[in-house]
Design a protein around this ligand. Sequence first.
Ligand code: PRX
Length: 631
Amino acid sequence: MSNRIHTLGGYIHEYQKSVLEPENFWSRVADSFYWRKRWDKVVDWNFDEPKVQWFVNAKLNITENILDRHLFTMGDKPAIIWEPNEPDEPNRILTYKELHREVCKFSNVLKKNGIEKGDRVIIYMPMVPEAAVAMLACARVGAIHSVVFAGFSAQSLADRINDCQAKMVLTSDGNFRGKKSIPVKAVVDEALAQTDTIQNVICFKRTGTDVTMESGRDLWWHEEMQGISEENKAEEMDSEDMLFILYTSGSTGKPKGVVHTCGGYMVYTQYTFNNVFQYSSDDVYWCTADVGWITGHSYIVYGPLLAGATTIMFEGVPTYPNPGRFWAIVDKYKVNQFYTAPTAIRALEAFGTEPIEPYKLDSLKVLGTVGEPINEEAWHWYHDHIGKGKCPIVDTWWQTETGGILISPIPGVTPTKPAYATLPLPGIQPIIVDSEGNELKGNSVQGNLCIKFPWPSMLRTTYGDHERCKNTYFSNYKGLYFTGDGVKRDEDGYYRILGRVDDVINVSGHRMGTAEVENAINEHPKVIESAVVGYPHDIKGQGIYAYVICDLANRSEDNLKNEIKETVSKIIGPIAKPEKIQIVPGLPKTRSGKIMRRILRKVAEGDTSSLGDTSTLLNPEVVDEIIKGAQ
Ligand code: PRX
């Protein structure tokens, strides 16, 4: 496979080259793709506006690189293996030829229904191959997809539709997850009552649950696909045309639409997939993420399929019908690379080793983690019991905004170290700064993680609000991309990610803005004010702890807490429900009215020994009350 690094010396050489001659380096990587027109310039950038362009003026269609390019060389190779929620239900395998056919047909369905280059299409679907077909068909006709995780509420879905003024929603009737069957189309209907840009909804039948189909608006996937042509010529896209928007949470109440573009995203996701997973042509690769998150975009769909890999899509959950399900799937398909979240590892570790015993797991070569810091204990458990001590673990650090993995071991090539993402991949220039923006040079330093040179798959803007992109990522430290993460570089020069330094909580690897959760809590009519912080959670990494001031008249505390949880679930989705709610008489505030979250965080962590000087607060007396009522 092209551009694969095989040795430590090779890594050092490639890394140095990527820093000293980035244009030559990336130009060589990009040469292995099919471009309709080559670029005039490799990169054009400044981090002040910010303006970043890769492979300037090149023309391509990413799906020609995924599908058409592979047709003759690997048409009969499985592209997607789909494993259903129920182990007894037949699986589905789509070869590259079949995936090509499905994508071409669905591209024609999109065009027939008025979708044109540049239109925004929302994908709100379960983990079925059609979700990948939907993404690729959008990319093929030049429409910009925005996948919304199917666990988000109608309100969250409506906000995203309105923000990007989407023209179409692709969805399903329902979604099987473990023992549950979740209505999906009904959520779409509720969302559409609050939007006015959607012209059509195309609904894939998965669960057979009853749905309401609005005539003139709603169409069935299978009916639209019937009799439609299998011929489709991909739209010509500029390298910097938008490929997709993916909404993610930040410090403010409103999620932002991170924008990725065609050329750079294509080059970087394939390059990193090949190197970080050391995929060989007959391997079977499995990433357990959901397509609703960036990991699903870059490392279930785009990266692996660009590389001509066989990628597994799993519809269900790790514990259904029992906590051995992941391992059963690994043995069933002889999975070689397995990529999951620390939360899943910790949740399965809690069941002990018994669920693993029936399985051989001897096909595994590389294990990966993503989304949140992995604690050393979970790392060792994964290494010893799943990898049987012989599979390197790639702890991959990256973000929705980075598009692809930036810091990670290369298995068998660079060393691993428990709980460390270790070294930057070629092309990535991390820098650690203190809070004033001074660079902390050398080893054994700790500070804020920034990146000082662009890489091909970085975000280009936040949809409809470039100022926000500039303020969030490029204004904290002049000339640098600020990640929002704290980091340590140890005595050997390895990077360890310490977690967010902003008002973002990472629950089971899902990003939540504290302001976003507070806004949802405040929607409850009895809530006067609230403050949300994260606290250490054994399985989820972090849990949500909410301090709430409310009017308790005629209500029991327990009822009110449950109602608040339901409100959050309804407004954002079940993933944002606070684990702990404490009703408080007041919130500690500075004299200028700012909530002292530091104190609330300490109390939530159960550490009240070092709260610092509270006497300068506007209301120091509430601190004692809060400590007394803490859970
Ligand atoms: O705090 C970091 C954490 O997840 C954040 C990015 O979240 P999101 O955009 O949802 O993307 C998650 C999947 C790429 C980061 O700012 N994070 C991600 N990977 C790691 C991590 N923290 C520690 N170690 C990691 N390997």
